[in-house]
Design a protein around this ligand. Structure first.
Ligand SMILES: NC(=O)c1ccc[n+]([C@@H]2O[C@H](COP(=O)([O-])OP(=O)(O)OC[C@H]3O[C@@H](n4cnc5c(N)ncnc54)[C@H](OP(=O)(O)O)[C@@H]3O)[C@@H](O)[C@H]2O)c1
Length: 341
């Protein structure tokens, strides 16, 4: 006999590509029941959905690292869910999986796009947070692209966010001097008190240049950039010789990537023989087990904590998405579907 959870389904779909700011007319909410899975497909009931700044790029019909979501399609998202029915020999009902689940409560997924997870090892939230893409991005971006050395000064923007907070902690584990930049007193206090960064700067309080001078008297060796814009320019003026700028993202420029403002002072890279390198996590998919092992070990040793900001219910997606851009999220932003699914 089917219970209620098996016969209801809700999807958040892209209604139309936004022009600039994402608004109510960007999304539509539907209640379409999925068909029975065909060969190679799984019917999956989602338990948790990740809300990511990169989604802004997925609803922009421009050249990127993935094709854009098409109007009418279910919004792309990472998630975790339970297999309800399977037409793949690799999965059975009851298996927990993660991958591109979409912003939906129940959906048909291609079995090749998800992988099994073991909830005895970590929670569903962990697999979307510090032990998932967020953690891997921080790990490879900082260690592989940034190559921090003990004693170096590392500056991190959006430092109290999902990726940034893990970067700060891995930099500390590597004996760096860590300066976190974030918006607001609560976030900077958390960076100092909970994560133990050497200094935290509230960029919304103004006087960013003076604050960077005070926090980085010996200049900046490594900048992990999540935001771009004015903060990137201010950091560039203070980089040391052979500094590395890791371009993980540029959320301050996501509203209109065509008009994105590049750093006018990029020639600082020349004068300081510095490098600026972008990356995406897909460059490192073949090394995920290495990151997972390191992150899980550090957490077990009490050296790494994950801060999660959980909202309830699929209907909260539009509001949750906006939180990333106002800074209202405090940690990895997740939608919990267990209670109202
Ligand atoms: N390269 C990759 O493979 C990869 C993978 C994952 C994520 N990313 C990038 O990593 C960055 C962080 O992502 P996340 O998932 O960890 O999100 P997050 O940091 O948890 O949330 C986004 C944060 O960005 C800050 N922000 C928003 N607008 C801003 C602005 N105009 N100026 C300065 N800060 C602003 C806000 O924090 P405040 O309150 O501090 O302003 C907000 O909380 C994003 O740029 C994302 O695109 C890249």
């Amino acid at each position: 006999m089917k219970d209620k959870r098996q016969i209801t389904a809700t999807q958040v779909r892209l209604k139309a590509y936004p022009q600039g700011v994402v608004g109510a007319d960007t999304w539509s909410i539907t209640n379409d029941l999925p068909a029975e899975p065909a060969a190679g497909q799984l019917l999956v009931r989602m338990s948790c959905i990740s809300v990511d700044p990169g989604m802004r790029g997925w609803i922009t019909p421009k050249r990127s690292y993935m094709p854009p979501v098409q109007p009418g399609e279910v919004m792309r998202a990472f998630g975790v869910g339970e297999v309800v029915a399977s037409q793949s020999e690799k999965f059975a009902p009851g298996d927990m999986v993660t991958g591109f689940t979409g912003v939906q409560t129940l959906g048909l997924l291609d079995a090749r796009t998800v992988r099994k997870i073991d909830l005895r090892f970590a929670s569903a939230r962990d697999y979307l947070s510090g032990l998932g893409m967020t953690g891997y991005t921080a790990y490879f971006g900082l260690l592989d692209v940034g190559k921090p050395q003990p004693g170096q000064t590392v500056v991190v923007s959006a430092a109290a966010g999902a990726v940034g907070s893990v970067v700060c902690q891995i930099a500390r584990i590597n004996d760096c001097r860590v300066i976190g930049i974030a918006g607001g007193a609560e976030k900077t206090a958390w960076l100092k008190d909970a994560l133990g960064v050497d200094a935290a700067i509230d960029y919304k309080a103004g006087a960013l240049d003076a604050a960077l001078d005070a926090a980085c008297p010996d200049g900046i060796d490594l900048y992990f950039d999540n935001v771009g814009g004015d903060i990137l320019e201010a950091v560039l003026m203070r980089i040391n010789r052979h500094a590395r700028i890791v371009v993980c993202g540029g959320i301050s420029q996501y509203a209109d990537v065509e008009q994105a403002k590049g750093p006018a002072n990029y020639l600082q890279l020349v004068t300081q023989s510095a490098t600026m390198q972008g990356f995406t996590m897909r460059d490192y998919m073949h090394r995920v087990p290495e990151a997972l092992m390191a992150l899980a070990t550090w957490r077990a040793e009490g050296k790494l904590q994950f801060r999660e900001h959980v909202v309830q219910g699929i209907d909260s997606f539009p509001e949750a998405f906006d939180m990333l851009f106002s800074g209202a999220n405090h940690g990895k932003l997740l939608i919990d579907l267990e209670e109202r699914n």
